[in-house]
Design a protein around this ligand. Structure first.
Ligand SMILES: [Zn+2]
Length: 274
């Protein structure tokens, strides 16, 4: 409206003013059209921007999903400790159960053994050292219900070519007849006498079975000697194994016999802790 008044005030012709107004309106319409055309583009760009921000926001959650691996690693580090601790506790109990030894100590045997040496002579105690200590030979005294001291007196006074290093009595007492390294006459073979320790054992009856007290002391003595001299089970033998004499009677015999079973039971009772 203000522009039309300015044209009229200029004083030019109405036809010329009409064309000018027409031209201006065309220009204005063209400008308005151009503006209307550009505005949709801006709106489209605005709609595309949100979509682009949605895609970027969708990427960031993927980076946050990398956190779970951190929660898995602590779970795996917690598992090893319970696996390592149980084996350590399982290995300890067997060590404590196998530790104690049942073989009598030197001190225990010193209290059990009575040293009563035979007089040196030409038949029972010649006073010579053995050449080796490889075997232990078990005998029975073949005189029922006699004591260890009575059998010691027999060796001392009878004058027979017989002796032993030890005598185990009816009550479990033990008499040592000579120093442990000296040879005694018990096995009937010289080479065996010089390689072995001889033990005579008392018995209450004619069957030759050892009493419980005698048996227990004999097991202690043999177990102690086996450990002291490194003697194995197979080298604990009977007079029967050397010459075939039925000695010790209750424990004599070949494999399969009653006497042999008694002997094997005795050898199984010997304590070996090596
Ligand atoms: Zn014998």
């Amino acid at each position: 409206m203000k522009k039309n008044k300015s044209f009229r005030e200029s004083g030019r012709g109405d036809s010329v003013g009409f064309f000018k107004i027409l031209g201006l309106t065309v220009v204005i319409i063209a400008v308005v059209f151009l503006i209307s055309l550009t505005s949709p583009f801006e709106k489209r760009n605005e709609t595309t921007f949100p979509s682009s921000t949605e895609t970027t926001s969708a990427i960031t959650p993927q980076t946050t999903t990398e956190a779970p691996p951190q929660t898995q690693s602590p779970a795996t580090t917690e598992a090893p400790p319970p696996q390592t601790t149980p084996p350590a506790t399982e290995t300890e109990p067997p060590q404590t159960t196998t530790a104690p030894s049942l073989v009598p100590t030197n001190q225990e045997m010193k209290q059990l053994i009575q040293e009563k040496y035979l007089t040196k002579n030409s038949h029972a105690r010649v006073g010579e050292p053995r050449t080796a200590t490889k075997q232990i030979v078990i005998h029975y005294v073949a005189n029922k219900n006699t004591t260890a001291l009575q059998n010691w007196n027999y060796f001392e006074t009878s004058g027979v070519y017989a002796s032993s290093n030890f005598i185990v009595g009816l009550d479990g007492e033990i008499i040592q007849c000579m120093p442990i390294f000296e040879v005694s006459y018990h096995a009937g073979k010289k080479e065996v006498n010089y390689n072995s320790i001889g033990i005579e054992v008392c018995h209450p009856g004619s069957d030759g079975k050892f009493s419980e007290a005698t048996y227990d002391s004999l097991i202690k003595l043999v177990s102690w000697l086996c450990k002291r001299y490194g003697i194995s089970k197979k080298n604990v033998i009977r007079h029967y194994d050397v010459t075939g004499k039925l000695c010790p009677l209750y424990y004599a015999g070949e494999p399969g016999s009653e006497g042999y079973n008694h002997w094997e039971k005795f050898r199984d009772d010997i304590i070996f802790d090596r």
